[in-house]
Design a protein around this ligand. Structure first.
Ligand code: ATP
Length: 369
């Protein structure tokens, strides 16, 4: 398989629009890389530049250490699986998978071996004689994958391959793709705007916004240590809560002060804010919904602050409940156990775990502590 290196890659479309800006990324052999971000952030453009379907305006793309900027798509040893599958409707599953190899004049027996091997991996052995119209969405998806697998490419590229499937099938195929990555030991690059897909599949996730990389990290680090407000808000569902507050002294303690509320900061966070010159400045505090506790379910919270609020909406999701409320003018969500007694309209006391807060510079959005 292969490693890739993207160095200072830019894409400027002929109309002058800069879709990808100074993109730098090292992709190791066997990595499962996810490009994730909102619509229009440049994910597909980057993938298409790697595939050779789009010119690179500036920068260097290397595969296994060799510069491939000017190597044609068909010579890059890369297979791309598209959202639309692009199967040939008049060909059987077998012939759809064999098509590329036939064009390359690969001997018949070898084609047969490769197609049957891919069919086995993808559980398509019983469907080889069918035409695409006699297949379900998930089966068609697998055939599209099969077509890529038989080519034994160095790199697999996938552009939102699950977006045409219904919710249940998406979850099923997601597991299939994860298994496939494991089995093939291949380098894969996968584009999605779905953060759940990104978090469950990727070994490394690249979060993008407006053509610029925001953070490259493991799923766990992205969730626990978001580097800026955008990543913090994009990763996690329901999303992280944000409130603005002023860093202030309260006796010996350092607190985050809102109009009517104040929250004592844990020592380490207080120290960091003071040292970095944020005293008396407004910052943005972020806290995930699961770190706002119903006192009854109280997990061990060393540095807890009370929140006295009124529940606006109660939402039961089976094993857990989302409680929506306002903290002064900021809309918030708490994610608590389903056995909570809190209901819409109730005055509730929550405990906010201050060790789990993320403090961001309000102007730049960059994390402080
Ligand atoms: P989505 O999730 O909606 O597919 P994306 O992150 O994959 O979005 P791209 O398709 O890479 O985004 O597009 C990035 C930006 O480049 C968008 O603003 C898009 O409008 C613009 N763009 C794409 N193709 C062209 C083109 N041929 N000419 C000019 N601008 C383009």
């Amino acid at each position: 398989m292969a490693s890739l290196s993207l160095e200072n890659i830019c894409k400027i479309y002929p109309n002058g629009f800069e879709a990808v800006k100074d993109f730098n990324l090292e992709i190791n052999d066997k990595d499962f890389i996810i490009f994730v971000g909102p619509s229009g952030c440049g994910k597909s453009t980057t993938l298409r530049m790697i595939a050779g379907l789009e010119d690179i305006s500036k920068g260097t793309l290397k595969i296994d250490g060799k510069v491939v900027n000017d190597v044609e798509a068909k010579d890059r040893d890369i297979a791309m699986v598209f959202q639309s599958y692009a199967l040939y409707p008049h060909l059987t599953v077998y012939d759809n998978m064999a098509f590329g190899l036939k064009l390359k004049k690969v001997p018949k027996e070898e084609i047969d071996k490769k197609v049957r091997h891919a069919a086995k991996i993808l559980d398509l052995e019983k469907l080889l004689d069918r035409k695409p119209k006699a297949l379900s969405g998930g089966q068609r998806q697998r055939v599209a994958m099969g077509r890529a697998i038989v080519r034994q490419p160095k790199v697999f590229l996938m552009d939102e391959p699950l977006s045409n499937l219904d919710a249940k099938l998406r979850v099923q195929m997601r597991t299939e793709i994860a298994k496939l990555h494991e089995r093939l030991g291949a380098t894969m690059i996968y584009v999605t705007h779905d953060q759940t897909e990104a978090m469950t599949l990727g070994t490394k996730i690249v979060v993008m916004k407006d053509g610029v990389i925001q953070q490259v990290d493991t799923p766990q680090n992205l969730y626990n240590y978001p580097q800026n407000l955008f990543v913090a808000g994009f990763i996690g569902s329901p999303q992280m809560n944000f409130v603005d507050a002023v860093v202030a002294k309260d006796g010996e303690k350092v607190v985050l002060k809102m109009n009517e509320n104040k929250f004592v900061l844990p020592e380490a966070k207080a120290k960091e804010l003071v040292e970095q010159g944020y005293m008396n400045k407004t910052v943005t505090m972020g806290i995930r919904p699961e770190n706002i506790h119903d006192p009854k379910e109280l997990a061990e919270v060393k540095n807890g602050c009370e929140l006295n609020v009124k529940i606006n909406v109660y939402e039961l999701l089976g094993s857990e409940v989302y409680l929506y409320f306002d903290l002064e003018q900021f809309p918030m969500t708490a994610r608590v156990n389903a056995d909570t007694t809190a209901r819409m309209g109730d005055e509730v006391k929550f405990i906010m775990d201050m060790d789990k807060t993320h403090i961001f510079d309000k102007e730049t959005g960059i994390v402080i502590t």
